[in-house]
Design a binder for this molecule. Structure first.
Ligand code: GLC
Length: 662
């Protein structure tokens, strides 16, 4: 049961697709205060768990910290970071009282979850214009399903996008891409896609291709496709200001860019230098931009990633002017710490500055709206417009699409990756914790940059991260400029990587089938243990294991030099161990605590009691796989309902469902 409570005149975010009539009764569970903006307070009992917030830092249980829902480009996020790339305002309290709440608000909203006062959760924002939805149900999963019902069905990617994908900022030339493909094939490591980061473009201009470096892109696309490898180019939000560049000229002429308070297009510095931001809040402008993807779909491109769409701003034209003014105020020759701090603040203040977000305007239904008032809509609307246009450009087939910035509602159009992480062990665990929270908000096609984006990755870190990555729907290895090469073949004994990635392909019939089920039935692909075992305190407090679909549990290793790890089984399970060389070994384990040895080159996962899963034979790409010849592993007599389709058709009614018995 979902109930809506409206305060003031909320902005229509489009997150909720069902027509729900607002209640006049007070909001249950919360005390409301409107002295300043609006705040919602609620007492938490000692053992209550607060789940949710999608892409956020810290635990599966969000208690004990404060989070700001404000899409932020944070290249170096840590435990103390309060805002990440996405804004996902859904929480679920489980314990003495069990309920869900969604705060539909398009800009900064703060969730103080027992940080200021341990027993109090307080959610607040500046303006009392907000829709609050309270979701009731007897159990966490039921509440999630109720919520998912009103936010609409999740995006389903083509099946090939659940294969292993390789990326790097950047493969600078077409030949560099060929080299990656050649090396993967040489080592017989499966690979389904290679990503083109910003350098495929001509001076980072969207929808252009560098003649010098990717002059033969159409041929490259065909060559790769023949190998079962798709190319996936990046599209950035900012449009380079350059006379003669058609997208810039057209956007300018039609008034499709965001403006400043005087109505002049707002100029911000991003990768291409000064750019204008398309006004994705204006549907006409958004569709115009979306249809520009045709330049690439016409060449045979079947997937895209939308980036820098918080939007990220390195500096603005006005910001640079302010910068020099402030710099001029600095006393020349002053070597004091005070002066040093001033200089530092002036420089640091340039990027993603609040002043800039306050001076951008959108046109929404003919009215000017301040960007800062709808900040969390920008990446969401960019990606929604892209998806709508892609439906026109490629009506028969699903297109791979994921974005960096997001808000609830965007899950209907695309997936997300979790932005610029680091090659840190702690970021493996962070990914694990974000996965179920993202699913709660409908984002099913999710994953992190495997191996870590920033800084140098060690071999063992990449291997261990793959141990989690083989279970994430979006499975992409990506690394930043100037970091160590992190393609699997760059490390010694690539066969160890091959083995683990092959396991992903062997599991694909199961993973894909579970994904389709979750999309159809508003289920979660990743569930915290406490969702199934809410009377088991150990399961409830478990922060490093997850259920994957309905049949599996995973407990990845996320610490360096570990021989294995402690695993808690909330029920009897059958451990499946991938040995070096690909052999699978099985061991029945009783409910309880176990130390499970997991050498670096092995992966262990667990089949739940009385369940079984289908396995296929691996191949070099999903195109080359035989999805009809399967074997079941797991408990004798168990049944599995397999969902299949051709992996590409837009029409999801073509999904076939078949029961397999072990
Ligand atoms: C951003 C993206 C990253 C990309 C880089 C260059 O930092 O998050 O994935 O590689 O820009 O385009």
């Amino acid at each position: 049961m979902v109930k809506k409570y409206t305060f003031g005149t909320p902005f229509n975010t489009g997150a909720i697709v069902e027509d729900i009539k607002a209640e006049s009764t007070p909001v249950p569970y919360f005390e409301i205060n409107t002295d300043e903006g609006i705040s919602f307070s609620c007492k938490l009992a000692d053992k209550d768990i607060v789940y949710g917030l999608g892409e956020a830092t810290r635990g599966i249980n969000k208690r004990g910290y404060v989070y700001n829902s404000y899409c932020s480009d944070d290249f170096c996020h840590m435990e103390t970071t309060k805002s990440l790339y996405g804004a996902h305002n859904f929480i679920l309290v489980e314990g003495k009282k069990t309920f869900g709440a969604f705060f539909d608000y398009p800009t900064r909203l703060t969730f103080d979850i027992g940080f200021t006062k341990a027993d109090t959760m307080r959610i607040y924002c500046d303006k009392a214009d907000i829709d609050v939805y309270i979701i009731e149900g007897s159990a966490p999963l039921e509440i999630v399903k109720e919520f998912r019902k009103v936010i609409g069905k999740s995006y389903v990617p083509p099946r090939w996008a659940m294969g292993y994908m390789q990326s790097r900022w950047s493969y600078y030339t077409a030949d560099a891409v060929r080299e990656v493909a050649k090396n993967y094939r040489k080592e017989s490591i499966p690979l389904d896609a290679i990503f083109l980061d910003i350098d495929y473009m001509d001076e980072y201009k969207d929808f252009t291709v560098s003649d010098e470096r990717f002059g033969d892109l159409p041929q490259l696309i065909d060559e790769m496709k023949a190998e079962g490898i798709r190319l996936v180019p990046i599209i950035d939000a900012g449009v380079k200001i350059e006379k003669g560049y058609d997208i810039y000229e057209e956007g300018l002429e039609k008034g499709y860019f965001c403006v400043d308070k005087d109505g002049k297009p707002f100029s911000a510095g991003v990768w291409p230098g000064l750019t204008h931001f398309p006004d994705f809040l204006n549907e006409e402008a958004g569709l115009w931009f979306g249809l520009k993807y045709k330049a690439l779909t016409d060449l045979g491109i079947e997937g895209f990633w939308n980036d820098m769409n918080e939007p990220a701003i390195f500096y603005s034209e006005k910001g640079i002017e302010r910068f020099y003014e402030k710099l001029a105020e600095i006393t020349n020759g002053d070597k004091s710490v005070d002066n040093y701090n001033k200089i530092k603040d002036i420089v640091n203040g340039l990027q993603n500055s609040q002043e800039d977000y306050n001076s951008i305007y959108h046109k929404v239904n003919g009215k000017l709206v301040k960007h800062n008032d709808i900040h969390n809509m920008y990446g969401y609307k960019m990606t929604e417009c892209t998806a709508k246009a892609l439906e026109k450009l490629r009506p028969e087939e699903r297109t791979l699409l994921f974005s960096r910035a997001s808000y609830v509602g965007m899950h209907r159009s695309a997936g997300i990756w979790t932005g610029d992480n680091f090659s840190w062990w702690s970021h493996i665990l962070l990914e694990l914790k974000q996965l179920p929270a993202l699913n709660m908000c409908g984002f099913l096609y999710v994953g992190a940059d495997l191996g870590g984006f920033g800084c140098d990755a060690s071999r063992d870190l990449v291997l261990r991260w793959l141990g989690l990555g083989i279970f994430t729907p979006l499975m992409r290895n990506h690394a930043a400029l100037c970091t160590r090469d992190q393609e699997c073949y760059q490390f010694e004994n690539p066969e160890d990587f091959k083995n683990i990635i092959e396991l992903r392909y062997r599991l694909l019939p199961y993973l894909y089938s579970e994904f389709l089920k979750c999309a159809e039935n508003d289920e979660m692909f990743f569930k915290p243990l406490g969702f199934e075992y809410k009377d088991d305190e150990v399961a409830r407090s478990c922060e490093d294991q997850l259920f994957v679909g309905n049949e599996l549990m995973i407990a990845p290793v996320y610490t360096q030099n570990a021989l294995g790890r402690y695993v808690y089984l909330p029920e009897d399970m059958r451990a499946v161990r991938l040995k070096k060389g690909g052999e699978l070994q099985f061991e029945d384990m009783p409910k309880g605590h176990h130390f499970v040895e997991i050498p670096l080159h092995e992966v262990v996962f667990f089949i739940r009691k009385d369940k079984c899963i289908p396995l296929a034979k691996s191949a070099l790409s999903t195109d080359a796989m035989d999805f009809d010849t399967l074997r079941l592993i797991g408990f004798e007599g168990a049944k599995y309902e397999l969902y299949t389709d051709d992996g590409i058709s837009s029409d999801l009614n073509k999904i076939e469902k078949k029961i397999w018995e072990n």
